[in-house]
Design a protein around this ligand. Structure first.
Ligand code: FAD
Length: 386
């Protein structure tokens, strides 16, 4: 029976929104999730067929375990027991993260992970997903949203008891919740961006490099990390400046790409047969930090995930902390029958941690860029960061 349940609208069916929907349904709410994109499980969702992987660590694993999803996710992941640091002279050094199971990271494709979470949320009778629906308006005092079908249909107004803003770094819920109120908001773009590239399996079907590790090519002007996939390939993220003498903009010919890799990552170029084509075809992503407050309005609206705290990816904890938000929000709703108090307790519990995470993520960028490079590739590795 679901008719007497309080109603939640979750905006965004990314990692945070989908997991929040599952937690909230199990907490007794009727949940409608509005997502502007197509269903992430359909081919339409990733038309260019690109894969992005994420490093899952203890915090994210705990949040998945609490709702019974961890075993399924780990089956689709590759353990990363340490990092392999590649020096420009071609030498490599393995740095273990730790010896205990919780001290290793797990590499998982975003598409696989989101499918597991959306499937589990959708299996709850109280959850309905509405893909292809963009939120355009929020009335924060009445928890009413207006969503527009992306296929051109008529706008729909939906009234709820609580709106969860899980709509990512450029959150519309956040903007409209905070509009005209005393709110802090700081957004910082890194001058560097990123591009996804691939190290496919070798001609013999075997991985081209050690699989159960995160591979790191540090560097002052550009750096690259590669996560392993279950099929033996690796997905690389190349980070460098958007513009300038050594930048994505400067790599505008096949020869410029080859010269760049020969100079900066000589052992990597040989592992990437489609390098030149991928460099030309794949877009450059932006890297953004967002700090903001408040994360909530009365008992009506609350933010989770990147909508509340986007960080640079160099600590590998953005998704993990987004998952942790869902766990903590749920425990605050359990502990406080008054929802205003529950949302206040959630923000008070989470914000100090995510503020520190933003600092650590910026510091680890400098570490990967400068320190690991300078001190001979021997900086220590720990399992709570890449
Ligand atoms: P998102 O994943 O951005 O989801 C937001 C959703 O809201 C989207 O589906 C969007 O379509 C939808 N939406 C937006 N606006 C609207 C609207 N108006 N109406 C309806 N829907 C809307 N984190 C880790 O923990 N480990 C890693 O190894 C890691 N690596 C990373 C590498 C890179 C290069 C980057 C960029 C990030 C990485 N992260 C990592 C961070 C991680 O990807 C994010 O923290 C995580 O995806 C945040 O999830 P989210 O659900 O809050 O936001």
């Amino acid at each position: 029976m679901t008719e007497n349940r309080e109603r939640v609208v979750v905006v965004g069916a990314g990692l945070a929104g989908s997991l929040a929907a599952l937690y909230l349904a199990r907490r007794g709410y009727q949940v409608d999730v509005y997502e502007r994109r197509p269903d992430p499980r359909s081919a339409l969702a990733s038309p260019e067929g690109r894969s992005i992987n994420l490093g899952l660590s203890a915090r994210g694993m705990r949040a998945l375990d609490e709702v019974g999803l961890l075993a399924d996710v780990l089956k689709r992941s590759v353990p990363m027991r340490g990092r392999v640091v590649h020096a420009p002279d071609g030498t490599v050094r393995f740095q273990p993260y730790g010896v205990r199971e919780h001290e290793i990271l797990h590499s998982v494709l975003r598409e696989e992970l989101i499918s597991v979470v959306v499937d589990a949320a959708e299996a709850e009778p109280a959850v309905r997903f509405h893909f292809g629906h963009r939120l355009v308006r929020l009335d924060r005092d009445t928890a009413t949203v207006e969503v527009v079908p992306t296929d051109g249909g008529e706008p729909v107004r939906v009234h709820a008891d609580l709106v969860v803003g899980a709509d990512g770094v450029f959150s519309t819920v956040r903007q409209q919740m905070q509009h005209g109120l005393r709110a802090d908001y700081a957004q910082e773009f890194l001058p560097w961006g990123y591009k996804e590239l691939t190290i496919p399996v070798g001609a013999d079907g075997e991985p081209r490099v050690r699989l159960e590790a995160l591979h790191v090519w540090p560097g002052h002007e550009a750096l690259m990390v590669a996560h392993p996939n279950v099929d033996g390939s690796l997905t690389c993220s190349l980070f460098m400046a958007h513009e300038g003498p050594v930048s994505f903009a400067a790599l505008d010919t096949p020869q410029a790409v080859r010269d760049f890799f020969d100079r900066h990552f000589p052992d990597a170029g040989d592992l990437m047969p489609a390098l030149v084509d991928e460099m030309a075809a794949h877009p450059v992503g932006h890297l953004v930090t967002v700090r903001t407050a408040p994360w909530r309005h009365a008992d009506r609206v609350v933010l989770v995930g990147d909508a509340a705290h986007a960080v640079y990816p160099f600590y590998g904890q953005g998704m993990n902390s987004s998952f942790e938000d869902c766990l903590v929000l749920d425990s605050c709703l359990a502990a406080h029958p008054d929802r205003t108090a529950a949302l206040a307790a959630y923000e008070a519990a989470r914000k100090p941690h995510t503020d520190v995470l933003a600092d650590l993520s910026t510091a680890n960028f400098a570490d990967l860029r400068d320190r690991v490079h300078r001190i001979g590739y021997t900086a220590s590795a720990t399992a709570d960061r890449i």
